[in-house]
Write a protein that binds this ligand. Structure first.
Ligand code: RVP
Length: 482
């Protein structure tokens, strides 16, 4: 038998040894990290590309807090593109392509468009994009004649306050305030519409000073891509819609078809950051990096809803996997992302201390307001569903999607060999509050180790193995919890 000499360890097997620290306040700890050479995060946390964890709302919330959401791929390309667009539109300093309407359109049409897009105003332009006016909900909601043209209810060009397209945020804010207006259209030298700045957008920017943004001030978003060659189409559509990171996602990332897809994606999109996984060994990291991955995701069988280790007998306990992969990642100067198995902020600190540049969370972010899916109530308690992407129901849904049909014959269900489960998690409220607790714990953990930032954590962290008695001592014990 070929047996590794050292046992595989996971989070509960170890603790971090406290070290001398000159950190006075958790606020002095810097949790920022490089996710890929071009993407900096204020907090080292990604939400998992699972259909019960990350769709547009989660991705928006994650990026607003300084992390990143990775959209799952168990949906049509069209739906995914719409989600990417939604995230990119959610927050930006300048709306580059504001919604417009022709002056001849009717009040009813303007009402309909605003309601459909969930916005409070439209810019009125002619066929050549020349600015003619602004129409807001106030102008149309109570207008007596719904068939009247928009030109009769809009604020016309001569009464509009506008700015040139290269307006600074400070100057725009000043104009919005001094004129007490909500929207500031931007125009070029020919008075054609070049963008729009709104009070709402400026307020959002102020509310999220550490948000993860692209060069245009829009929130960043990652997208999961499968290994099948036709997934290139999904990648292409998402890149065109503005996605910031491609995540090649497969349970066994150290496989020929994964490597082939990494090469294909890198060749087709040489400038797009590419994360690939999942692997659990140094060789896995090396091969993915050689194929073109800019970051590697680590975790085989660690997920809370994952039964891969039981069904297949394969996997590596997560902390050992992270440490081994991170040693290789640091050697190659490639970030390692620890994916799955973390249940507490302490686990997140341990994953980072073992060398990860960021973590990916499923369970800890499921059950939130922003996670997809309805709430269910059981015996008066609120829950949400979380499911593995290799679970029975997720498999059946994927088959339906691939064939574009509603029904998958019942006997086919038995063909599926699931490696995941469906489960309930308690309703947890807003992602923002959950992240506050997790990041607070991580900051505190880093200060116990005396680390001001992640590179110092990697350098200073020393783990100690603990016994079952040590684990009992680590939690609340010998008290009745109330
Ligand atoms: P956790 O945070 O412990 O819930 O783990 C989330 C991770 O579990 C995902 O990011 C993914 O790598 C893995 N996963 C998702 N589905 C399944 C499965 O069905 N086996 N596993």
């Amino acid at each position: 038998m070929n047996l590794r000499p050292d046992p595989g360890l996971t989070f509960d097997d170890v603790l971090l040894v406290p070290k001398y620290s000159d950190i006075r306040s958790r606020k002095d700890v810097d949790t920022s990290t490089w996710l890929t050479p071009g993407i900096r995060l204020h907090i080292p946390i990604l939400s998992a590309n699972m259909d019960t964890v990350t769709e547009a709302s989660m991705a928006i919330a994650m990026a607003q807090q300084g992390g990143l959401g990775v959209l799952h791929r168990f949906m049509s390309i069209e739906r995914m593109v719409e989600m990417v667009r939604k995230v990119k539109r959610a927050e930006s300093m300048v709306v580059l392509t504001p919604l417009t309407i022709l002056p001849s359109a009717s009040v009813a049409e303007a009402r309909h468009l605003m309601a459909e897009e969930g916005i409070g105003g439209l810019v009125v332009v002619d066929e050549h994009q020349h600015l003619l006016g602004l129409v807001t909900t106030r102008d149309v909601l109570l207008a007596p004649d719904a068939s009247a043209p928009v030109s009769t209810v809009m604020t016309p060009r001569e009464r509009l306050i506008v700015a040139r397209e290269n307006e600074t945020l400070e100057a725009a804010r000043h104009k919005l305030y001094t004129h007490r207006i909500e929207k500031l259209p931007l125009v070029d030298a020919e008075d054609r519409l070049a963008g729009l700045i709104t009070v709402q957008d400026i307020v959002k920017i102020q509310e999220h000073p550490h948000a993860t943004k692209d060069g245009l001030g829009r929130l960043r978003v990652g997208v999961a891509i499968g290994v099948k060659p036709e997934e290139i189409e999904r990648a292409q559509a998402c890149v065109e819609a503005g996605a910031d990171l491609l995540v090649l996602d497969i349970a066994h990332g150290h496989s020929e078809h994964a490597l082939r897809m990494v090469r294909a994606l890198k060749q087709r999109f040489p400038n797009m950051p590419l994360m690939a996984g999942n692997v659990a060994t140094a060789e896995g990291v090396r091969d993915l990096v050689k194929a073109g991955a800019d970051a590697v995701k680590v975790g085989v069988g660690a997920g809370s809803i994952c039964t891969t280790r039981i069904v297949t007998g394969c996997g590596v306990p997560q902390l050992t996997a992270i440490a081994e992969c991170a040693a290789e990642g640091h050697r190659l100067n490639v970030p390692i992302i620890a994916d799955g198995g973390m249940r507490t902020s302490g686990d997140v600190t341990k994953a980072l201390a073992a060398g990860a540049s960021a973590v990916m969370l499923g369970n800890m972010l499921a059950g939130t307001e922003e996670s997809p899916g309805p709430e269910v109530v059981r015996q008066g308690r609120r829950y949400k569903i979380v499911r593995g992407m290799a679970s029975l129901t997720a498999n059946v849904q994927r088959r339906r999607l691939e064939r574009n049909e509603e029904d998958v014959e019942e006997e086919e269900w038995s063909e599926v060999v699931p490696e995941g489960v469906e489960a309930l998690v308690p309703y947890r409220g807003k992602v923002k509050d959950i992240l506050h607790q997790i990041v607070g714990g991580v900051r505190s953990g880093m200060s116990y180790v005396g680390a001001h930032n992640l590179p110092e954590l990697w350098e200073k962290a020393e783990f100690i193995r603990i016994t079952p008695a040590g684990k009992v001592e680590s939690g609340a014990h010998d008290v009745e919890l109330i």
